[in-house]
Ligand binder design. Structure first.
Ligand code: ATP
Length: 186
C-alpha cells in the first residue's frame, strides 16, 4: 500500500485537494480532526492539557479556541503539547493504516515536518502551495490577512517530493487531483 503524506501551509488548499482524492475513493487520515477527536475521547489526556498547558482545573471539556490562543503565544507550551499529541496520534494512525485495503492512503497534516515518526511512514510527500493562500484562508475564516499571517509564522516549510501549485481555479485543482490519482493512487 502506498502511503502519501499531504502537507501545505494555511489556506494552501491541502484539505480541498485531499477532499478530491477522498471523493475518488482514497482514504484520508486528517491529522487535524483526529487530534480534535483525541481531546474528546482521551479524557486523561484532556485533563493533562487543561492542567499543564491551560493551567486550569479540568471541567470535563477543553476549549480548543483558548488552547490555540495559549499555545500560539507560548512556543514552549506548543512544543510540550505537540510532543504529547503525536505520542498518542501515531499509534492511532498506524492502526488506521493497518485497517485499510486500498492501493493508496493519504495522511493530511499541516505540520508533517514536525513529526518525523509520521513523515517516515510516508513513501511520498506532497506539498500544496498557493500564492493566494493567505487571502483564501482569511476569506474562509472571516478574519484579516494579518491574523492568518500570524498563525502561518509558526508553520514551517517541508522538503516535499512533489509540489502541487494551487494558484488557479478549483476546477484546475480538481484536474491536478485526477492526474495525481491516476499516477500515484492506483
Ligand atoms: P488550513 O490548513 O488553514 O485548513 P488548507 O490548506 O486545508 O488550509 P483549504 O481549506 O483546502 O486549505 O483551502 C482554503 C480556502 O481556499 C477554502 O475556502 C477553499 O475552498 C479555498 N480554495 C482552495 N483552493 C482554491 C482554488 N483553487 N480556487 C478557489 N478557492 C480555493
Amino acid at each position: 500500500m502506498k502511503i502519501i503524506g499531504i502537507t501545505g501551509g494555511i489556506g494552501s488548499g491541502k484539505s480541498t485537494f485531499c477532499g478530491f482524492l477522498a471523493a475518488m475513493g482514497v482514504p484520508v487520515f486528517e491529522c487535524d480532526s483526529q487530534v480534535k477527536r483525541l481531546y474528546k475521547e482521551d479524557t486523561e489526556f484532556a485533563k493533562w492539557v487543561a492542567e499543564n498547558i491551560l493551567e486550569e482545573t479540568f471541567s470535563g471539556e477543553l476549549s480548543l479556541k483558548r488552547l490555540s490562543y495559549v499555545v500560539f503565544s507560548h512556543p514552549e507550551k506548543l512544543a510540550a503539547l505537540e510532543e504529547q499529541v503525536f505520542k498518542r496520534l501515531t499509534p492511532r494512525l498506524e492502526a488506521w493504516i493497518a485497517s485499510q485495503n486500498t492501493p493508496a492512503v493519504v495522511i493530511e497534516s499541516a505540520i508533517l515536518n514536525k513529526v518525523p515518526e509520521i513523515a517516515a511512514l510516508c513513501g511520498t510527500i506532497v506539498e500544496v502551495t498557493s500564492e493566494k493562500a493567505m487571502e483564501r484562508a482569511a476569506a474562509r475564516d472571516g478574519v484579516s490577512i494579518g491574523a492568518i499571517n500570524k498563525r502561518a509564522q509558526v508553520q514551517q516549510r517541508f522538503d516535499a517530493d512533489i509540489i502541487i501549485r494551487n494558484d488557479g481555479s478549483l476546477e484546475e485543482l480538481h484536474e491536478e487531483a485526477k492526474n495525481f490519482y491516476n499516477l500515484y493512487c492506483k
